[in-house]
Write a protein that binds this ligand. Structure first.
Ligand code: UDP
Length: 457
């Protein structure tokens, strides 16, 4: 057992919860004591699926005043400021209590853009590291933006036909940038922009900051090395094994989807999911539904039961028709679904966890990004890893039914392009498993990080 107790602050969102649990699991395996601290809402989602909590992991929960989670219409600024105020207090109390027990907290880790945790750590003379839950490419883009390239960035935003070549990154245009750098999201999600700025500013002032990135070397070799000043440590892919994906309170009910998938031919099913946050308009849902029906392939579509008190399915006028061709479920064990041989294509919002899960499962994608880093992730999937296509919206900002079925056809239709994407997806899958195997890069890099903690760094 390494003489170290890591406290891991997990932002209360699915995209942060999943990699945090996997990181904790790997650290515990290496003999480190780990406590996750998070909000009551995130805690209750975690514990409703007991099988996903690794043995030996302690979880401490505090109220940030949003015990039923964040809802559309709630005030983001207030949510974030309460998280910070009440979270700082809860962490300080835990540090104090643990010092009186046999396992004092010796290190703090926090998920992306919660730099206030580093301040608390600093105040208690405890070192800290960030768990970056987006690709290294996105870290680099933000770093460049806040360190000298802001003007060039603004230029490409104002002229969508121009592009920017940043050291170590693919050629980017405005639709490839994290949405909080581009209007209208730069205004709407100003709080996210400011948190990111604070995070990057903090890292710039730290000596030898530790940045643990949920990625692996084979997919982002240049982005991982592009920062001269910062050492990005790839400790991914942090993916739940397919029998234990965390998926909230619906974990145990399979809604018959496993049996349904079993009944379909190999690589025939289009799996559709937009993650845990994105909310689609009625018009967009209808267009997706039509596109799926017109592609004449079996599909499994995750439509969350209720979003902001409203039934998502009620946005669809053709539910009966959809039920004849495909299967709609409110939630599933996504890693399990993606690793099912019947699944041949993933229509995804390109959240970073979903992107990594498609890589690990070797499933080509139709990328339909909505916000934040998803724009950049879609770019990587299409143009760098060449294992998918990204949809193009019409002038009204809607991706219409024809575009949906066109992209599905390109990925599933048996042409040269499909062969290329499928071949690449298979290659990334092999490299991802290489990184995750015993003694692979995940083990080696995390072990080096843990050993350095033991040495007091
Ligand atoms: N997920 C799941 N079941 C579903 C939909 C999503 O288990 O029906 C998981 C998915 O496997 C991923 C996470 O939820 O690990 C979503 O994270 P991601 O970063 O892809 O998107 P976000 O929800 O943060 O937008």
């Amino acid at each position: 057992m390494v003489d170290c107790h890591i406290l891991l602050l997990t932002f209360p969102a699915q995209g942060a919860i999943n990699p945090s649990i996997q990181l904790a699991k790997n650290l515990i395996r290496m003999g480190v004591k780990v406590t996750i601290i998070t909000t009551l809402s995130a805690h209750s989602r975690m514990t409703k699926s007991n099988s996903t909590i690794p043995k030996g992991l302690s979880i401490s929960a505090f109220s940030n005043g949003y015990d039923d989670g964040f809802k559309e219409g709630d005030n983001y600024e207030h949510f974030m400021s309460e998280l910070r105020i009440r979270g700082s207090r809860a962490i300080a109390e835990l540090i104090k209590a643990s010092a009186e027990e046999s396992y004092p907290i010796t290190y703090l880790v926090y998920t992306t853009a919660q730099p206030w945790v580093a301040e608390v750590a600093h105040g208690h003379h405890i070192p800290s590291a960030v768990l970056w839950t987006q690709p290294a490419t996105v870290f680099d883009i933000f770093h460049y933006y806040f360190n000298g390239y802001g003007d060039t960035n603004r230029k490409i935003v104002n002229d969508p036909s121009s592009s920017i070549q940043l050291p170590g990154l693919p050629l980017l245009n405005s639709r490839d940038l994290p949405s909080i750098l581009v209007p209208p999201h730069s205004e709407k999600y100003r709080w996210a922009f400011l948190s990111m700025k604070e995070q990057l500013d903090l890292i710039s002032t730290e000596t030898n900051p530790k940045i643990l990135v949920n990625t692996f070397d084979a997919i982002e070799p240049e982005a991982l090395r592009a920062m001269k000043k910062h050492n990005l440590i790839p400790i991914g892919p942090l993916i739940a094994p397919s029998d234990a994906s965390f998926n909230g309170d619906l974990f145990k009910k399979s809604h018959g989807y496993v049996e349904w998938l079993n009944s379909k031919p190999i690589s025939s099913v289009v799996y559709v999911s937009f993650g845990s946050i994105a909310v689609l308009s009625k018009q967009q849902m209808e267009a997706i539904a039509r596109g799926l029906l017109e592609s004449h392939r079996p599909f499994m579509w995750v439509i969350r039961a209720k979003v902001n008190g409203e039934r998502e399915e009620d946005k669809l006028s053709c539910l009966e028709e959809l039920g004849q061709e495909g299967l709609i479920v409110p939630w599933c064990s996504q890693v399990e679904v993606l690793s099912h041989p019947s699944v041949g294509c993933f229509l995804t919002h390109c959240g970073w966890n979903s992107s990594l899960e498609s890589l690990v499962s070797g499933v080509p994608v139709v990328g339909f990004p909505q916000l934040l880093d998803q724009m950049t992730n879609a770019k990587l999937l299409q143009d760098v890893w060449k294992m998918g296509l990204r949809v193009v919206a019409n002038e009204e900002g809607i991706v219409d039914n024809k575009e949906i079925s066109r992209c599905i056809e390109m990925v599933m239709g048996g042409g040269e392009r499909e062969r290329e994407m499928r071949g690449n997806a298979k290659k990334w899958k092999e490299l991802a498993w290489e990184a995750m195997k015993d003694g692979g890069s995940l083990d080696m890099n995390l072990k080096a990080f843990v050993d350095a903690l033991g040495d007091g760094h």
